[in-house]
Design a protein around this ligand. Structure first.
Ligand code: ZN
Ligand code: ZN
Length: 336
């Protein structure tokens, strides 16, 4: 059996014919295996969903409890047989509950990694390299220009600015699932113990992270109903990036706009977005992590799902590793 007979792209997503399931389908299907809770990978309306318990919980929080016909929780490291195909979930280090999915049949193993990173992150289980014949990787930051600095350095810059401008508020744009909680946790690890103010869009997911044992410290709603503008002098406010463009952001005193994203490596991008304090904090692998990971899997073939596929494919070819882009559509950069 060729690898492409075990898994190949279809308009709905990556399809496994012998197991009759899809991985991270972008359209409703009968049987879906989901790597993680970001909305471009985890959609509602599937007949059945197999995912880690945390990913199922997150989908329930985002879409309501009836997001799928039936659900089944996959334990990390435990193999489940689906019509003779063995599937095993392994941690991906991307966001809480995120997993790579190993698909094994007739002695051939393909690992679909979903989104992943290798930087340490206290808010999720660390990525495990899995030996495989074919490794399916993302390439969100698949260009040598993308090298993410240590997240502790980026958080130190935020705290320095907060100390320097005690009369201003710092508005930190961070995606609602994963990035926001990671930023909060990094602030706590750096010793910041004042309340953090959060936009309502982060409340449910942050409470869920706390319920899973990830201590984010004291979180307060970022609303002015109970007080005045000056209550937020010196405050650090975390919200989804979209919220900073609307009226909500105007309630804070002389705010400094910050954005936590791998894209902040591109100065021009920060400037265009009106970001005064760009924080290069990404939940995706940078260039070095992509190539280290590819080598660690020992895969003789690499398939690239989404992102900057070309440079990574070329790098593989120069290394003597067969590679091709899958051109999957429907994946965005929600969690970058
Ligand atoms: Zn993605
Ligand atoms: Zn993601």
């Amino acid at each position: 059996m060729r690898a492409s007979d075990l898994l190949h792209p279809r308009p709905e997503g990556l399809y496994c014919p012998p197991g009759d399931f899809f991985i991270d389908p972008v359209r409703p299907v009968n049987r879906a295996l989901i790597t993680h809770g970001h909305s471009d990978h985890a959609r509602s309306g599937h007949g059945s969903v197999l995912a880690t318990q945390q990913t199922l919980d997150i989908m329930g929080l985002r879409y309501g409890e009836d997001f799928a016909g039936t659900t089944q929780a996959a334990m990390l490291g435990e193999t489940i047989a689906i019509d003779g195909v063995d599937v095993t979930f392994h941690p991906a280090g991307h966001v809480l509950g995120s997993a790579q999915i190993a698909v094994e049949h007739q002695g051939r193993r393909i690992v679909a990694s979903g989104d992943y990173k290798r930087q340490k992150d206290a808010t999720c289980a660390p990525f495990e390299p899995i030996r495989c014949d074919v490794f399916i990787t993302e390439a969100t930051f698949g260009l040598p220009v993308f090298r993410h600095p240590p997240d502790t350095e980026e958080i130190a810059r935020l705290l320095k600015s907060a100390a320097q401008f005690p009369e201003r508020s710092h508005l930190v744009g961070a995606y609602a699932l994963g990035k926001a909680q990671r930023v909060m946790r990094l602030l706590r690890d750096a010793g910041y113990d004042k309340p953090l103010y959060i936009h309502g869009a982060l409340a449910k997911l942050s409470a869920y992270y706390q319920s899973q044992g990830i201590d984010l410290g004291e979180l307060e709603p970022a609303t002015v109903e109970s007080g005045g503008k000056q209550d937020f002098a010196g405050a650090i406010v975390v919200g989804p990036p979209s919220a900073f463009a609307d009226r909500w952001a105007r309630r804070f005193p002389d705010p400094i706009s910050c954005f936590a994203s791998g894209w902040m490596r591109i100065r021009q991008r920060a400037k265009q977005g009106g970001v005064e304090l760009p924080l290069i904090i990404s939940d995706h692998a940078d260039w070095d992590e992509l190539i280290v990971t590819i080598k660690q899997t020992g895969a003789e073939e690499i398939w690239v799902t989404h992102g900057r596929e070309e440079a990574l494919v070329r790098w593989c070819e120069l290394e003597g590793i067969a590679a091709r882009p899958l051109h999957l559509v429907g994946y965005e950069d929600e969690g970058d």
